[in-house]
Write a protein that binds this ligand. Structure first.
Ligand SMILES: [Zn+2]
Length: 241
């Protein structure tokens, strides 16, 4: 009986201490093959079995995210966490795990949303595009825009570095942006110099930077995105068989 109680205590203690290393940002290295994802799932230190189903993995990450308290050491932690909550909603619908929001200078969220490409059958429904569509469709926000250009005090947050399509729209609207996860292959921010000259020139009118958030949140956002990508490929492969 004593042995059983001891084992239960150890199992309980393990759940209490299971948390990503707050000093390690797993999004700093790229994710090329599924084995990279499996290694990072273990390194995330949430007691995840990398061979478990995507649903089980999402469930473990969701319970970590739900309990996470923003760290005041990081000014972007609160809004970064919100983008991750949004991307978990995308995962529930079977969409790619990207969440986004637009906040004002007080950190108040004006609109939030997530990728819904697969569930809504819309190629343009990336998380960033979705929130910009919502923003531009809402008359209450007209005062935040002059024609196509957004107010300089607004910032778009997204859980991962924006892709080429979304980057071009951010440049067009001159909307400043921050992203939670970033690796060498994730997005367009590090490749602005490859754009045609007019886009390069216009890009100087807005900023693009990594959010100043906890490395643990960057790790979670990075893993969630690639989990949804690899899971989609798995579905595609099995459909053809
Ligand atoms: Zn995009």
């Amino acid at each position: 009986m004593k042995k059983l109680l001891f084992c239960l205590f150890i199992a309980f203690a393990a759940t209490l201490i299971a948390a990503p290393d707050p000093n390690v940002d797993l999004s700093k290295t790229s994710m090329n093959v599924k084995e990279d994802l499996e290694k990072k799932l273990v390194a995330l230190d949430l007691g995840i079995d990398p061979k478990a189903s995507a649903a089980e993995i999402y469930s473990k990450i969701t319970s970590y995210v739900e309990k996470y308290i923003p760290d005041p050491k990081y000014p972007d932690d609160k809004l970064s966490l919100e983008t991750i909550k949004q991307c978990l909603l995308a995962a529930k619908n079977g969409d790619y795990c990207i969440g986004a929001l637009i906040a004002n200078e007080k950190g108040e969220i004006l609109v939030a949303g997530h990728n819904s490409q697969k569930s809504k059958n819309r190629s343009d429904y990336h998380g960033e595009m979705f929130v910009m569509n919502e923003f531009e469709s809402n008359k209450n926000f007209d005062s935040y825009r002059k024609n196509l250009v957004y107010d300089k005090n607004l910032t778009l947050y997204s859980s991962a570095e924006p892709c080429p399509m979304c980057t071009i729209r951010l440049i067009t609207t001159e909307l400043n942006s921050k992203f939670v996860a970033s690796s060498d292959d994730d997005g367009m921010t590090s490749r602005i110099q490859h754009l045609p000259r007019i886009w390069r020139d216009n890009s100087t009118r807005s900023t693009r930077e990594k959010a100043n958030c906890s490395p643990a949140l960057s790790s979670v956002a990075h893993i969630l995105f690639y989990l949804s990508v690899f899971d989609a490929f798995r579905d595609k492969n099995s459909e053809g068989k």
